[in-house]
Design a protein around this ligand. Sequence first.
Ligand code: NI
Length: 175
Amino acid sequence: MPMSLKKIIIHPDPRLKKICAPVSGVSPELRQLATDMLETMYDAPGIGLAAPQIGVLERFFVMDVACKEGAPEPRVLINPRLTWTSEEISTYEEGCLSIPGIYEDITRPAMVRMAFMDLDGCEHEEEFTGMAATCTQHELDHLDGKLFVDYLSGIKRRMITAKMRKLKKEFARDL
Ligand code: NI
């Protein structure tokens, strides 16, 4: 399957604030998009990328939390939803391909169970822990128009947003 890199949308952008629509079924177009998103994510590089980050307002994301430790483990989660979250919490330093260069500690449930459909249209339910738990929750948030900076204080969030606006202006000038 041919692959092409997609342009990643940088915060702030109205497309990153939308609640995405459920995917009605697996199509060749969806398979191609997922392939392109994985390629874009590996190229960035990142460990997760949600459809709205490339301007597709549909409920799916790709991730690979193993990519730094050897064999790649590309995953595609379609129509993901949380079915359980642990009371135990954990804090990870999160980043986002739509907010380049910014890393902040975010606290979330340490374990989650997520139901989703795969690229063959099969339903699954899976438990995620550690980095994968953080990644799946971060990506699911994207499908509901939520970014990790939304967990920060207003002051911090506004500072980061101003920084990103400046970055986007510089990008535009360089093109
Ligand atoms: Ni992100």
